[in-house]
Write a protein that binds this ligand. Structure first.
Ligand code: TRH
Length: 377
């Protein structure tokens, strides 16, 4: 039941795929979440191809529009709310049409920029700030900054209302069988990463036990990185997995729903970027995060802020630092890289459980953005 006060509005949500899947993944989740709450969404995306596997069934009340240059808007009136994800810069023609349309209807209009998720203090400080547009086609409009986040004074995190119920119904053995994964009760670990400098170390750790592990590797960069790493290991240390304690499955691209299933099925999840981090928190299993690297190393602070927010124990912090190459004297040079500390899943589990409990008390992002819209329209 929607009690936000915005009923049946039309949202134009814009998304530019820079690289990887986080921008489209978040844009899609937000679109579906709004549509499930009685809103109409036009999801404009410059490269919608990933939706074919991420969301093969589409969603009611979400119309995917290929965002071309120039933008194709023949016969379309702009919607009630204009939302750009991650500062993706909507075409001036569209903004002009939106400004004219809102004026013609005697409305204020609402233009939102949805920002990247971070646990850093600026998310609280900047959440909801207005930026009046003084020049250009949008002059007279006001753009608002909406920051997702982990605290009560941010815009919250994306979480579907039926998530807990779906999770409670999930049957891990059944799902693994459906996916053709021959699970024999080994520890399950999922791998979604870029090219972590400590990948070879992780493989050594998993291959030396004490228990057997099955590594479920996601398609794309994670698979490519692992494949290369294994080729090197086989060449340099052919007996690295001689006890065969480590088995590996390379997965196809999964739908967002099935990616959740993967996280729920595993005893430990390696995740990357922002969206899978949030899903790992909701999965309530120990996880390790590889942060999206930035050239100026701004991601180091962002990683620190997350670990601080989680109140992560020292061993978990140390693991994250090595996994992200933060400790290395010269990043990228394996010889300078400290060894990966041992996995300590029990203590990590306690942290994830207590953080998850806290975070579930907050209103999720769709509720918050709808309330925000009702206050500003
Ligand atoms: O793909 P990412 O590394 O995305 C990144 C980050 O968001 C980064 O901040 C951003 O700047 C950059 O993209 C451009 O990781 P992320 O954020 O976890 O997004 C992955 C999405 O892909 C998420 O919605 C889950 C989804 N996914 C699937 O649907 N199926 C799969 O098989 C996998 C592995 C992921």
């Amino acid at each position: 039941m929607d009690n936000s006060g915005v009923t049946g509005k039309l949202w134009d949500i814009f998304c530019r795929v820079i690289d990887n899947y986080g921008d489209i993944g978040v844009g899609w989740r937000l679109s579906v979440g709004l549509a499930a709450r009685g809103q109409q969404v036009r999801f404009w995306v410059d490269d919608p191809s990933a939706l074919a596997w991420m969301a093969p069934e589409g969603a009611p009340n979400v119309e995917v529009r290929h965002w071309t240059q120039p933008i194709q808007t023949e016969g379309l009136a702009p919607g009630d709310i204009l939302l750009e994800t991650f500062g993706c810069e909507i075409d001036p023609e569209f903004i002009a049409a939106y400004a004219d349309w809102t004026r013609a209807r005697g409305k204020k209009g609402l233009w939102i920029n949805l920002e990247y998720l971070s646990a850093e203090g600026y998310a609280e400080r900047n959440h909801g700030l207005p930026s009046p547009v003084m020049t250009g086609p949008g002059a007279g409009l006001c753009k608002y900054f909406f920051y997702p986040g982990f605290t009560a004074t941010t815009g919250g995190l994306l979480r579907e209302p039926d998530l807990a119920e779906r999770q409670a119904r999930f049957d891990r053995a059944d799902w693994l069988q459906q996916k053709g994964i021959a699970w024999q009760g080994e520890r399950l670990v999922s791998l979604f990463c870029y090219e972590p400098p400590a990948l070879a170390d992780l493989l050594d750790q998993l291959a030396t036990g004490p228990q057997a592990t099955r590594l479920l590797v996601t398609a794309g960069r994670a698979s490519a990185a692992l494949y290369t790493c294994i080729l090197n290991k086989n060449r340099l240390h052919p007996s690295w997995n001689k006890r065969e304690l480590l088995s590996i499955n390379y997965l196809p691209q999964l739908s967002q729903h099935d990616y959740d299933h993967l996280l729920w099925a595993c005893d430990l999840n390696f995740v990357r970027g922002e969206d899978s981090l949030v899903r790992a928190l909701w999965a309530n299993q120990p996880f390790v995060w590889q942060i999206y690297p930035q050239h100026d190393d701004a991601h180091h602070q962002k990683l620190e802020a997350l670990l601080e927010m989680l109140d992560a124990p020292p061993a978990w912090r140390a693991f994250h630092k090595v996994w992200n190459g933060v400790n290395s004297l010269t990043e990228g040079k394996a010889s300078q890289q400290p060894r990966l500390p041992n996995l300590a899943l029990d203590s990590w589990q306690q942290v994830v459980t207590s953080a998850g409990q806290q975070l579930r008390l907050q209103d999720e992002l769709v509720t918050q953005i709808m309330l925000f819209a009702s206050r500003h329209l």
